[in-house]
Design a binder for this molecule. Structure first.
Ligand code: ADP
Ligand code: MG
Length: 338
């Protein structure tokens, strides 16, 4: 089963949205306890358009004023999005001839020298390249944390250059979840409140914020650690809190700059397993930087940077399964202990 916002899943087909709303009303009329905020209904019904069955909807709930549906991939989805339920050819990120020059007074550092690339919805890709090749500069621009010196960036079709500061903050909060190598958690604050932070701008009640943050922590397997502070968690767990924080706003893309760079191989594999699972089950787009070819081998596409340029951009033939990698690492560890 997978969740997507309706507009994502149906490309904004208002007709379908109406159908869901009506179904939802009906559910409410049936007398479900509409007081409890989320996931109150677990109907199974079929969404049809032009007489042909589209989806078996298994769950509907409303959050941030958006309808979220959980639907069963086994239905007619393949007709619409061939290839494992991934969204095809809908561009989420498109950069054209991006340059970035850091002006250091007497020297100018050319960090990016004309990068063009496109990332479609539902992709899972890694960016590789030696230190200083421009990976972080690239990620900061993609994450709207920095602006290019020249070139164009379209995020979900929106020309980022045309946005004022408020609109930029809004699009960053709505569409992007950013994960850093060094986690960047508030040190004296519990996991739950760290994850709640990006939700504060949403005008949600404290209780609703807490519920969504708890759900995000559960998604990364930390449901039993929500009251731990960062220094009471391992590095891998801290990074999972950071991923939950990135997920809390239900962004369309996770951008992660060397998320496994500070972690041992087991914790690294756990992080990649989370990315794979999220990508598979929710269709969220994931782009992360790594210098480790073993980690990159778990993605479906690798973009290589060198001296501020894209030198390769290729699909991965047989992406590794992170769960299997993890199992192998654990088995190895047990052998060593014996
Ligand atoms: P990577 O992440 O691949 O190691 P970066 O994007 O961090 O590469 O850096 C690319 C180049 O830009 C490097 O030469 C780096 O020294 C330079 N650079 C990065 N950030 C800044 C900055 N804020 N000011 C000046 N130079 C920078
Ligand atoms: Mg870097």
């Amino acid at each position: 089963m997978s969740n997507r916002t309706l507009t994502q899943a149906f490309g904004g087909a208002a007709q379908l949205e109406d159908e869901i709303v009506r179904q939802e009303d009906r559910e409410e009329n049936v007398g479900s306890t509409s007081k409890s905020p989320a996931c109150t209904r677990s109907p199974t019904f079929t969404l049809a358009q032009n007489g042909s069955q589209l989806y078996n909807i298994t769950r509907v709930w409303k959050t941030h004023g958006e309808l979220i549906v959980g639907y069963d991939f086994s239905s007619a989805i393949a007709r619409f999005w061939p290839g494992e339920g991934a969204m095809s050819d809908k561009s989420l990120i498109e950069v054209r001839d991006i340059t970035k020059v850091y002006d250091m007074g007497d020297v100018q550092v050319h960090a990016l020298r004309g990068v063009s690339a496109q990332v479609d919805e539902g992709e899972l890709l890694s960016i590789m390249g030696p230190s200083g090749s421009g990976k972080s500069t690239m990620m900061n621009i993609l994450g709207c944390l920095d602006q290019p010196t020249s070139g164009e960036y379209y995020l979900a079709g929106v020309d980022v250059k045309k946005l004022n500061d408020n609109a930029l903050a809004e699009i960053r909060n709505r569409k992007i979840g950013f994960v850093f190598q060094t986690f960047n958690l508030l040190p004296r604050t519990a996991a739950l409140q760290n994850v709640e932070l990006p939700l504060i701008y949403r005008g949600l009640s404290g209780r609703e914020r807490q519920r969504q943050a708890t759900e995000a922590l559960e998604m990364v397997g930390l449901g039993d650690r929500i009251h731990h502070r960062p220094n009471e968690l391992s590095g891998g767990e801290q990074q999972r809190v950071a991923i939950a924080r990135a997920l809390a706003t239900q962004p369309e893309v996770i951008l992660a700059d060397e998320p496994t760079g500070n972690l041992d191989s087991r914790s690294g594999a756990e992080i990649v397993a989370i990315f794979q699972r999220l990508n598979r089950e929710t269709g969220i787009t994931v782009v992360f930087v790594t210098h480790d070819p073993d980690i990159a081998a778990h993605t479906r596409r690798i973009v290589r940077l060198l001296d501020g340029r894209v030198v390769a951009d290729e699909p991965v033939e047989n992406p590794q399964d992170a769960e299997a990698t993890l199992a192998a690492i654990l088995a190895e560890g047990e052998e060593e202990e014996e």
